[in-house]
Design a protein around this ligand. Structure first.
Ligand code: PBG
Length: 331
């Protein structure tokens, strides 16, 4: 403590807007945002997602339009998730390897239209492609088998990189997948394709609307607790992050967001690597519900939550509010 009242009055610097601006410790800009988008088949298609009010699935042409919008708004990255047609889902999620699947078509279309004006981040996990909604291959007991799944995820990642993905984001939580994917990217002439690992991803109740969006919710039996983390654990998250960095991740992600700010903070303090937070679908839906119920102001709620991620040490945030927030920030 350097002073005492009244020499020190912390309210002095808060008295006026100009002074609050001058003393602000953390800033949020559109460059901090990653915009998740849901891809669906067809052309000229927009499908609103009931559990994510204000968010739609778009056919590839609409996805390209969103990507252009992101460029104009100063959003540096879009994240893609496909809603694979039901008839293309299978036990082994083979559609994930199809070089012409929805994901790859969307990647190529964005890259054709926007080039390197925008980065494309792609999710690696099998849940949008499996008939059982799990992120990997299951054995006869329903257990998601690790090593066999990793082998499949490697092919999925290379398939996405071949289509032009800039950042591979494995969200499956298998052990050892970052090393395997990194090696495959090196061997397949993709040395500059980044890996943002979902390093600390929790078995969360906040993913419900997302599963509706990619159409895996109705298919999923049981839960993902045998691979996603226990919400009670924090030390284990640091071990996950340490492994993923050692295995070749360029950046790591903590997911969900707001309820896991302590994890974001500890990861940043401990490792000094780029950390991203995913404000997931349930978090988005809660803000929209608060707005609809008249118990909170959407814009104020979103801006406050997003600055909290930056304050905790996040380099950026994946949020379904990205375009809306960029518009707010751009005035
Ligand atoms: C699946 C995946 C999930 C999300 C991103 N990738 C859901 C899950 O693990 O079941 C959730 C994102 C969100 O809720 O917004 N690999």
């Amino acid at each position: 403590m350097t002073g005492h009242y009244p020499n020190t009055r912390l309210r002095r610097t808060r008295a006026h807007g100009w002074s609050r601006a001058l003393h602000r410790e953390t800033v949020l800009t559109p460059a901090d945002l990653i915009w998740p988008l849901f891809v669906t088949s067809g052309e000229g298609v927009e499908e609103p997602i009931t559990t994510l009010p204000g968010v739609s699935r778009w056919s590839v042409d609409g996805i390209v339009a969103r990507a252009k919008e992101a460029v104009d708004l100063g959003i540096p990255v879009v994240a893609l998730f496909p809603n694979t047609p039901r008839e293309l889902r299978s036990d082994d999620g083979a559609e994930a390897h199809n070089p012409d699947n929805l994901m790859c078509r969307a990647i190529r279309a964005i890259k054709d239209a926007c080039g390197n004006d925008i980065g494309v981040l792609t999710d690696v996990a099998l849940d949008p492609y499996t008939s059982h909604g799990q992120d990997g291959l299951v054995d006869e007991t329903g257990y998601v088998v690790n090593d066999e799944t990793v082998a499949v995820l490697v092919d999925q990642a290379v398939n996405q990189a071949n289509a032009g993905a800039d950042i591979i984001a494995p969200s499956d939580m298998m052990d050892g997948r970052i090393h395997a994917i990194r090696r495959a990217l090196e061997m397949n002439a993709h040395p500059n394709v980044q890996i943002m690992s979902y390093a600390a991803k929790y078995a969360s109740a906040f993913y419900g609307p997302f599963r509706d969006a990619v159409g895996s919710g109705g298919l999923l039996k049981g839960d993902k607790k045998a691979y996603q983390m226990d919400p009670a654990n924090a030390d284990e998250a640091l071990r996950e992050v340490a492994l993923d960095i050692a295995e070749g991740a360029d950046s790591v992600m903590v997911k969900p967001g707001l309820a896991y700010l302590d994890i974001v903070y500890r990861v940043k303090q401990r490792f000094d690597v780029p950390v991203f937070a995913y404000q997931v679908s349930g978090e988005y839906a809660m803000i929209e519900a608060a707005q609809a119920a008249g118990i909170g102001d959407r814009d104020a709620l979103v801006l406050e939550k997003l600055i909290a991620f930056k304050r905790a040490g996040a380099s950026g945030v994946l949020t379904y509010h990205a375009a809306h927030v960029a518009r707010l920030l751009n005035g």
